[in-house]
Design a protein around this ligand. Sequence first.
Ligand SMILES: N[C@@H](CCC(=O)N[C@@H](CS)C(=O)NCC(=O)O)C(=O)O
Length: 249
Amino acid sequence: MLTLYHWWGSTCSRKARMTLHEKGVEWESRHVDLHEFENWEPWYVRIHPKGVVPALDHDGRIVIESNAILEYLDDVYPDPPLRPADPWERAVMRVWLDKSEHTLHRNMHLISHNRVHAHRWQEYAARHSEAELMRKVAAQPDLQRRRDEIGHAEHGIPDEAVAFAVDRIVDELDDMERDLERGPWLTGETFSLADIAVLPFVERFIANGFGEHVESAARPRLADWFARIMARPAVEKAYAFADPETESC
Ligand SMILES: N[C@@H](CCC(=O)N[C@@H](CS)C(=O)NCC(=O)O)C(=O)O
């Protein structure tokens, strides 16, 4: 039995959903409402000690960290394989998994904060109270995020930091354009976890108004990659998962 704890709009949850759909396995959805900070509730922190989504429950054993979930699913359900057989290509794939977490996710989070997260926090404060919001933020289990997010809530993110985060992502888009010289996918001929791991951040970058960097005039191979990957049935399905409350996605 597979249960995915996830949130409809989360980039890391999309990585896990895409992989599950590529594998064609049955899984149960447990939607965790990030807007209500359900991810910081004690019941969820018992599942994921850092209070973030996604988390995968496989027959009672929990796998956390989206990249670990992706590789775990490929180990348990090897067909179709989502890691290249060639060791060098597999190493390239792992570099992209690392960039997905440490460069793309990290910088996309900074870019989205003022535009998205700050608004959802304000909405929460309006529904409850500012004090209740800060009580929640101060009690979140991940020490690093707690420190960063208290700072973000108090001061926002300076424009220079956001501009640098944009530069860091654009720099990675250049690396994608370069790697796509070798073949249709990031590691070469094989569609892999590398493509799955970076897509949500490229898509989110476009959704935040930076689409010009992914247009064919700027990066033709990347533009073609983006159109092809978004048309994959598993990717369409992962993106079609709607907010159960509002039925929108
Ligand atoms: N390194 C973790 C990061 C997970 C993460 O940051 N998830 C975000 C959503 S993409 C989250 O749960 N945020 C909680 C929040 O915004 O309160 C992974 O890859 O699974």
